[in-house]
Ligand binder design. Structure first.
Ligand code: G6P
Ligand code: ZN
Length: 542
């Protein structure tokens, strides 16, 4: 029985950088999720009888939310829904399933790397038929729809058993509960030289992968321990928990300090790695050597040919604007084009679909390729493993020789988290207004060569995205970028991205914060960060 339930709009259902994210209790309000899912349905056309992929990262409220999504999607006319067993799919696995099954789209329930649980965050996003996040045009339309919504359609039926594999018929459609891992593992096997990686493990190479009690546990155990023979115990925190064991499932040096410490011990594992809540981010630390996400992107692009899936070379590299320009030098070296996009994986979709770029990445620990339309944490670890196996070198050797060849982009991001929105907005406004006066301005030995507010013209669909971050370019090639995060759920987060290029190997061994000290001080002074935010120092440095 399909019921049309009367509802009234909720304020603020505006998708951010990556879908709608709010505190879990906000999503638990009656009709809140229902409204948003119906708004998605109302903005889609021609999906009658089509396939939808549904899954989430298993966080608290995932199970309840899955039921709502299934019943609303069927009531609105989807014919077939593929749902991961237990309601679980990693984000890249969901993207793969959409593509592989030529589904109309997918709904992913996740707040990515944000903490979960009753006091944590929850989120939902819609992915289109290419497997990637909905473009801004669609998310804007969904938001507009949430403002006027008056009804939602839902199947009145008992909850669907999402724990038993197989197909159930429901309300004129069918729901297929599938193994979340097998299609994804098959995809990885097609891209990488599993034989060679397995041989690397047989030779004694040691990997430690932290699944952070989040979605990648079952994927990592199947791929690393079972298929590649990395050995039991390679994967830590491999059981997904609704609250991620109370941890913050963000694979950065703060939340994975234990991995950093492990990797820095002389007899530590050869490679320490981690992924986030929904499996799309990655952290790579070799013994004695952290690879920053920006460096990792550049190194993976430079060496991609060593993996069978990319043996024919890459068509181009895309990076988000705040990501360091290490990848630009690789693109130049390979003679391929470099695309600079706004923050958010959705901007890579068109470039990948059009065959303009093959490898993409962001400073926010996301790397991926044209194999799906999301960033992919395990893919990054596997490509690193493939490269290490093929080169027979350590992470440290690979990183150091990369710098020697292309130069090193010292890079750091300083986050001022959960500051008052008014102050953060005023800071950005002041920077924008100050732009014309910045050019040529001198601060000690540093002079600003150019300054702008980044805007992007999509070469494929012709759309424009403006106000994507204030950039200050210095005469010596250094850069400071300011932007407000689009993924926070409380107040505002100011992100300051600081970068300096060092071509000389003799100068490439400094500690990053030290190497950037002058620019860091300047980043605070120029934007008057303390005056606007009340913070003298950032809350997180990555
Ligand atoms: C998510 C998105 C990324 C983005 C990151 C940081 O992970 O998928 O594309 O780079 O958030 O976004 P923010 O707006 O918080 O800087
Ligand atoms: Zn994520």
């Amino acid at each position: 029985m399909i019921a049309a339930i009367a509802t009234t709009p909720f304020e603020g259902q505006k998708p951010g950088t990556s879908g709608l994210r709010k505190k879990t209790p906000v999503f638990q309000q009656p009709r809140y999720l229902e409204n948003f899912v119906q708004a998605i349905m109302d903005c889609l056309e021609g999906f009658e009888g089509a396939t939808l992929v549904v899954g989430g990262d298993g966080r608290y409220f995932n199970r309840e939310a899955i039921q709502i999504v299934l019943k609303i999607a069927l009531a609105n006319g989807f014919g077939r829904i593929l749902v991961g067993q237990g309601g679980v799919l990693s984000t890249p696995a969901a993207s793969n399933l959409i593509r592989k099954n030529r589904a109309f789209g997918g709904i992913v329930l996740s707040a990515s790397h944000n903490p979960g649980g009753p006091d944590g965050d929850f989120g939902i996003k819609y992915n289109v038929g290419n497997g990637g996040p909905a473009p801004e045009k669609l998310t804007d339309a969904i938001y507009e729809r949430t403002k006027t919504i008056a009804h939602y359609k839902i199947l009145e039926a008992p909850d669907v058993d999402v724990d038993t594999l197989g197909t159930v018929r429901l309300g004129g459609g069918e729901i297929e509960v599938i193994d979340p891992v097998s299609d994804y593992a098959e995809l990885m096997r097609g891209l990488f030289d599993f034989e060679r990686i397995a041989a690397l493990f047989r030779s004694g190479f040691r990997l430690r992968f932290d699944a952070m009690s989040a979605v990648t546990g079952p994927y990592a155990i199947r791929i690393f321990e079972e298929l590649l023979g990395a050995g039991a115990g390679t994967v830590m925190n491999g059981t997904p928990l609704p609250d991620f064991g109370g941890h913050h499932p963000d694979p950065n040096l703060v939340h994975c300090k234990h991995l950093l410490d492990l990797a820095m011990t002389p007899d530590g594992p050869d490679l320490c790695a981690a992924s986030d809540g929904d499996g799309d981010r990655n952290l790579i630390i070799g013994r004695g050597q952290f690879a920053t996400p920006s460096d990792s992107l550049a190194i993976l692009a430079a060496n991609a040919r060593l993996a069978p899936g990319y043996a024919g070379g890459i068509a181009g590299i895309a990076r988000s604007m705040p990501t360091s320009r290490a990848a630009d030098r690789v693109a130049q070296g390979l003679g391929v084009k470099l695309y600079e996009t706004p923050t958010g994986w959705k901007f890579f979709g068109n470039l990948l679909d059009a065959g303009l770029a093959t490898i993409c990445g962001e400073e926010s620990a996301g790397t991926g390729s044209n194999h799906v339309r999301e960033k992919d944490g395990l893919w990054a670890v596997l490509l690193w493993l493939n490269i290490l196996a093929a080169r027979g070198e350590s992470v440290k050797a690979v990183v150091v020789s990369h710098w020697a060849r292309y130069g090193r982009n010292y890079y750091s991001r300083h986050d001022y988290e959960e500051v008052a929105s008014d102050g953060a907005n005023a800071l950005v406004k002041a920077l924008r207004e100050g732009l014309p006066a910045f050019k040529g301005k001198r601060f000690g030995g540093l002079a600003i060569a150019s300054a702008d507010d980044f805007s992007y013209h999509d070469p494929v669909d012709g759309s424009d995205s403006t106000h994507q971050g204030v950039r200050l370019h210095f005469e010596d090639g250094a850069r400071i970028v300011y932007r407000l995060s689009g993924t926070g759920t409380e107040g505002a987060t100011l992100r300051v991205y600081i970068e300096r290029f060092e071509p000389d190997p003799a100068g490439q061994n400094l500690e990053t914060q030290e190497a950037l000290a002058e620019l860091i001080a300047l980043s605070r002074e120029i934007a008057q960060i303390e005056r606007y935010t009340g913070r003298a120092a950032p809350s997180v440095i990555t």
